[in-house]
Ligand binder design. Structure first.
Ligand SMILES: [Zn+2]
Length: 144
């Protein structure tokens, strides 16, 4: 089909910062459909976001990119387009994430009195280990 005869209609896409006015091919599942090279520049596919070190950050797609390859009888490819403005930096790798959990758990095992990692979770009420707790109790016993 002659690309010049494609039906196009104006659509406004809000990417979180700018209202883009662009020509789209129509709508699919209430999302505007853009052809190859026609989408606003601040809308990227999931793969493009990942390449830029970003993630969709829980936001759904704002538009769809629909195109066919030049191969004959090729099926059309549909890619969801996400906003760069709403995207957030990628969280670390799974190993880095485990390291952060490990760090948080270590903080729960450290006594605020003697600053040691006592190997068990210190009570949240006092944040002190049993040794420091025992000395306090003993001290009170002597004072009484
Ligand atoms: Zn202690």
């Amino acid at each position: 089909m002659n690309p010049r005869k494609r039906r196009q209609r104006p659509v406004t896409v809000f990417d979180g910062r700018t209202h883009h006015v662009a020509l789209c091919r129509g709508f699919r599942d209430t999302l505007p459909v853009f052809g190859w090279g026609e989408a606003p520049s601040t809308l990227l596919t999931r793969a493009q976001l990942r390449e830029a070190g970003l993630r969709p950050n829980g936001h759904g797609p704002l538009a769809l990119l629909v195109f066919r390859h030049h191969k004959p009888m090729a099926r059309e490819t549909v890619a969801e387009l996400f906003s760069v403005e709403l995207a957030a930096p990628q969280r670390g790798t799974i190993i880095q994430r485990y390291a952060k959990v490990e760090q948080a758990l270590r903080a729960r095992r450290v006594c605020v009195e003697c600053r040691r990692d006592v190997g068990y979770y210190v009570p949240t009420s006092t944040r002190t280990c049993w040794d420091c707790e025992g000395i306090e109790a003993f001290g009170e016993g002597v004072a009484a």
